[in-house]
Design a protein around this ligand. Structure first.
Ligand SMILES: [Zn+2]
Length: 114
């Protein structure tokens, strides 16, 4: 499961890719046919995970800069926030993967099967 999350693979078959571009998701898994967006607004839950990941990454960059520079706090925060921006797509991808794996762990029955 951890490998599936790290390699961004389908939470059911662990083989189909979750993304076909940087942030584009196919509607279904090309291998097993699992519908990735289970219901309308399904990925709203991933936004909470994304927020947590983003705050964590900005904090790591912030404290890293604070340790190696003597810049004022405002500048460190500004630079840390700007330095995070290229990591935002990565944050989206992993937050969606984490959300899908967590959701399927809690509720493994697909809507089609109900
Ligand atoms: Zn699959």
């Amino acid at each position: 499961m951890v490998r599936g999350i790290l390699t961004l693979r389908c939470p059911r078959c662990y083989r189909g890719p979750l993304f076909k571009g940087l942030i584009d998701m196919p509607e279904r898994c090309p291998v097993c046919g699992l519908i990735y967006e289970r219901e309308h607004g399904y990925f709203v839950g991933a936004m909470a995970i994304s927020y947590g990941l983003a705050v964590g990454l900005v904090a790591i960059i912030f404290f890293g800069l604070l340790a190696i520079t003597r810049w004022p706090l405002e500048w460190v925060l500004l630079v840390a926030s700007v330095a995070f921006l290229p990591l935002a797509p990565l944050c989206l991808r992993y937050s969606r993967a984490l959300w899908m794996y967590l959701d399927r762990r809690i509720d493994p029955i697909d809507p089609v099967d109900r």
